[in-house]
Ligand binder design. Structure first.
Ligand code: FAD
Length: 439
């Protein structure tokens, strides 16, 4: 392929094209380096060109060029995905949609946005109107709405709203197809499902409608426990309270809090932490519950107050892994659904004493409150990692493997036939992020 000619063609359409090798390398990566397996598999993969689109019309110009020349196309938001979703396995063009930053409309209970809008910016503007996003990944300050819908799954708010897959959490998506005559599909309700968490393999999202939740005054806290089972029991108890509204509940088993350097003054070796964001209106009931569960509130802050010490969400979800790896790069992680089974966790704790540390998030899965684990694992080699995953599965836990770039390979259940059929319709030449759906 004559990449200079392709670059000239796109530049003639008014598009910004990046050819510089260092810039191309930077814009061909994400946070797959959390996995030593993916680090090896994705090494050296790089786009031949990076193109920035500021509008739907510019995205269409890139589609036309790619289809006409049969060039693979990988869409990119902020590049914070964990599974190499933004890495172009077969080279070609990386289409950066982060310049599409228009908030189309923001009204009571609903936001309509372009894909490059930062979640943090949208959250801030919604809050000014008394609303907030239902679900936010811990990367919300940098991640885009398009990248979250296409590459993420849930985050802060999971304790109330579950995941992006739950009907209602994504109201509609406008998607461009990868055809010689690109179609603009407006997919509302269930029709949007094949695109949600589709890794940009099932169309290019140019507009998203998300529901909003009424904003509450929140209070952040850390509750400390002497043993892991007491910490988990408290987290489950709090998550199941009908009168105490929470939006984040995580368990950070010993010795994970040692990696939280900005909270080091609060940590006593041996302690297990439950990190929470609860409604300030329910604070008294929350403190009473913590006390009756033998927990000690060792840290609290009003996140709205000026001069707050930390941003509590940035210790949770995959920020836990980020902070731990910053201090010990031999660590990696797993994604495990323990559902309600505390015994599985305690058995694994005994089996893998020095190899696993338990980070667990409370989340709703299909209406039931569940323990979703993001355990930190001390990596030795790939075979041992497989053994550890098998041990989880043998006990009945389900793994969403974060050490594969394939959507099918990382999914708990086989991909639905409807998703594969939709793929064939919208991307008949298999040019969108090839290799990421079923390989
Ligand atoms: P990108 O990484 O740029 O893209 C992600 C995927 O979406 C790619 O496959 C890309 O091709 C596709 N894509 C992007 N834009 C479009 C578009 N317009 N049309 C079609 N496809 C598109 N995830 C969570 O769900 N919850 C968390 O709490 C969370 N915490 C994290 C913490 C850390 C420290 C890190 C590194 C990652 C975390 N993630 C989490 C993963 C990731 O940050 C989020 O999923 C994030 O929302 C991705 O947004 P992004 O803009 O960076 O997307």
């Amino acid at each position: 392929m004559d990449w200079s000619a392709i670059a000239a063609l796109l530049a003639a359409e008014g598009l910004e094209v990046i050819q510089d090798p260092q810039q191309r390398q930077k814009l061909s990566t994400d946070y797959a380096h959390f996995s030593p397996i993916l680090t090896e598999q994705l090494r050296g993969k790089q786009a031949d060109l990076v193109v920035l689109a500021r509008s739907e019309a510019e995205a269409i110009a890139v589609i036309l060029c790619c289809v006409a020349n049969q060039i693979p196309l990988t869409v990119r938001g902020a590049g914070t995905g964990n599974y190499g979703q933004c890495v172009p396995l077969q080279g070609g063009i990386v289409l950066d949609l982060s310049p599409m930053q228009r908030i189309v409309s923001l009204e009571a209970g609903r936001a309509v946005v372009e894909p490059g809008v930062k979640l943090g910016k949208l959250e801030q503007q919604a809050k000014q109107m008394g609303w907030e996003l239902r679900l936010l990944p811990s990367t919300y300050q940098t991640a885009t709405v398009g990248g979250f819908v296409s590459g993420g799954s849930t985050g802060m708010g999971a304790v109330n709203y579950g995941t992006l897959f739950d009907p209602g959490n994504v109201q509609s998506l406008t998607v461009l197809t990868m055809e010689a005559e690109p179609q603009r599909l407006v997919l509302a309700g269930e029709a949007a499902q094949p695109v949600i968490h589709g890794y940009g393999t099932n169309g290019i999202i140019t507009e998203i409608t998300l529901p909003l939740a009424p904003a509450l005054p929140w209070q952040e806290a850390v509750v400390s426990f002497a043993d892991l089972s007491a910490a988990i029991a408290f987290a489950q108890n709090l998550a199941n309270q009908d009168g105490i509204v929470s939006k984040e509940i995580s368990i950070q088993g010993h010795p994970i809090p040692q990696y939280f350097s900005s909270l080091k003054n609060y940590y006593q070796p041996g302690d297990h932490w439950v990190m929470v964001i609860v409604s300030a209106l329910d604070w008294l009931a929350f403190t009473e519950l913590a006390k009756s569960n033998k927990g000690q509130i060792i840290f609290e802050q009003n996140p709205q107050a000026p001069g707050k010490k930390v941003n509590l969400i940035e210790f949770n979800w995959n920020h836990t892994t980020l902070l731990a790896r910053a201090m010990d790069s031999s660590l990696t992680y797993l994604q495990v659904f323990f559902y309600q089974d505390l015994e599985q966790i305690l058995t694994l704790e005994k089996l893998f004493q020095d190899e696993i540390m338990f980070h667990i998030e409370m989340m709703r899965i299909q209406g039931a409150m569940c323990l979703a684990g993001f355990p930190l694992v001390r990596f030795t080699n790939g075979d041992r990692l497989e053994e550890i995953m098998a041990a989880h599965q043998n006990l009945g836990a389900r793994i969403a493997n974060p050490h594969t770039y394939s959507l099918a390979g990382g999914s708990v259940q086989p991909l639905p036939e409807s998703q594969l059929m939709f793929k064939r319709q919208v991307d008949p030449f298999n040019l969108l992020n090839p290799g990421k759906l079923t390989d």
